[in-house]
Design a protein around this ligand. Structure first.
Ligand SMILES: [Cu+2]
Length: 169
């Protein structure tokens, strides 16, 4: 079941590599862009433990992420009891935007305190329905027991692309 460590995307696409670097850095890309535009090969976190692995076969999200800047595939977090998604990454994003987990995994959404009021809200009649708050460190948890795809959004910022997906397989 374990996909290869390096996704097809990361090997063949320079844009994929850039996006992975940004995600792995988890810092302001604005600052980086100003100071380090030359450093294509910046690999300061080499060591492997923090590398993101993406699904090699992408679920169909049907345009859900068309306005979402940090969506670059589904991060494979399968086989873990508990995983965390940042709420308010770069102000108005979830990070990672799309994750794959195994049935029984608990997802904890953790508020960064950035970008104002956010919530975690299922699209349609899905199960996610958090409070709408701004407070840094606030968390919302849900344990996904059944296979499927759950789309969600931040209601105040959905039109700006603050959207996420959980693929349970
Ligand atoms: Cu929001």
């Amino acid at each position: 079941m374990a996909p290869s460590k390096y996704s097809r995307r990361a090997i063949v696409s320079t844009t994929g590599i850039t996006a992975i670097t940004l995600l792995a850095g988890c810092t302001s890309s604005n600052a980086d862009a100003g100071d380090n535009t030359e450093s294509n090969g910046d690999d300061s976190t080499a060591g492997g433990s923090d590398e993101l692995t993406y699904l090699t076969e992408e679920p169909e999200y049907d345009g859900w992420f068309d306005e979402t800047d940090n969506y670059d595939g589904t991060v494979d977090l399968t086989g873990q009891d508990e995983v965390t998604v940042a709420v308010g990454y770069e102000q108005l994003l979830f990070d990672p935007a799309a994750i794959a987990i195994s049935p029984g995994t608990t997802v904890t959404w953790k508020w960064t305190g950035n970008g104002g009021l956010h919530n975690v809200s299922s699209a349609g009649d899905g199960p996610l329905n958090s409070e709408t708050v701004e407070e840094e460190g606030h968390t919302y948890q849900y344990t996904f027991e059944e296979s499927g795809t759950v789309l969600y959004q931040c209601d105040p910022h959905a039109t700006l692309g603050m959207k996420g997906a959980v693929y349970i397989s």
